[in-house]
Design a protein around this ligand. Sequence first.
Ligand code: SER
Length: 306
Amino acid sequence: MKILVIGALGQVGSELVGVLQEKYGLDQVIASDIRDEAPANWRYEKLDVLDKDGLRKLVIDEKIDWIFNLAAMLSATAEQNVDFAWKLNMEGHLNTLNLAKEGIIKRLFWPSSIAVFGPSTPKDQTPQRTIMDPNTVYGISKLAGERWNAYYHEKFGVDVRSIRYPGLIGWKSLPGGGTTDYAVDIFHQARKTGSYESFLDEHTALPMMMMEDAVRATIEIMEAPDNEVKVRESYNLSGTSFNPDELTKEIKKHLPDFSISYAPDNRDIIAQSWPHSIDDAEARKDWGWNHKYGISELVVEMLEHI
Ligand code: SER
C-alpha cells in the first residue's frame, strides 16, 4: 500500500502523515507540499497539486494507491484571494479525481467542511441533507467539490471518500487562514500572555473537533469496506460545539486569571453563516464513527501540551 499526502505541511497533514507512517510504514507514505523543507524523517517530494503532469508522474513512478488531498486555501484567506482560491480548491481536486477516474490510483480522500452550509441552513444539529447556500468562495468550492465527488463516483465508479470537517483544534500544528483558528490561537495566547482578543463574537458557536479525532476519522473512513461508505459527496462529522465564551469558561477552570476581550471582524460574519452543531448520525451508522473529545477533554489536552 503506497500513500501520497498532498498538502502534507498544513494543519491536518502534519499530524496525519505521522499516524499513516506508523500504520503503513515510513517508506510507504510520501508527503508532498509546495515548500522546500519538511521534517527530516519524512519521504518528501515538493509538489504543486496544480501541476497536473508533475502530480501524474509522481503518482505513476511511486505506484501510489491512495491519495489524501489536503491542499486548499481556507475560508478567511480565500476571501482575500478569490480567483486563486477557486483555482487551487477546484482544479487541485479535479486533478486527483481524474487520476482515480483513469484507475491510476485506487482511492481518494478529500476533505469538505462545515463551510458548505450557509445562512439559510438550519443551524442546530444541521442534517446531512439540507439547504446549502454557502456565501464564501471557500464554501462554494467545497460544495462544488462535493458534487464532483458524487458525480465521479456515480458515473465512473471512483472510490472517493470525504468528511465535512468542523473547526479542527490541535497542539502539534497551527491552522492558517481559517475562521475557526481562534480556538487554537486562544490556547497559545493563554499561555503566553494570559489574555486573548477574539475575532469572533462571544456568542458565535461553531462545531469543533480535536485533531486526534479528525485524523482517526480520516483514516477510518479510508479503511472502511467499500459498501459501508454510502454517502459519497461528504459525511457530516461531529465532535463538540462551543462559542468563545464557553471555551473561555472551560479554560478558566485551569487558568483562573485568563481573560478574553472581543473585537469581532469579518470572520465573525463568515462564522455566523455556518452551523452551530452538526448531526452526524449517518457517519456513526455507516462506518461506525464515534468521537472521543468533548470540550472539557479538549481543553485539558491542549493545556497539557501548550
Ligand atoms: N476550519 C475551516 C475554516 O475556518 C473550515 O473548514 O476555514
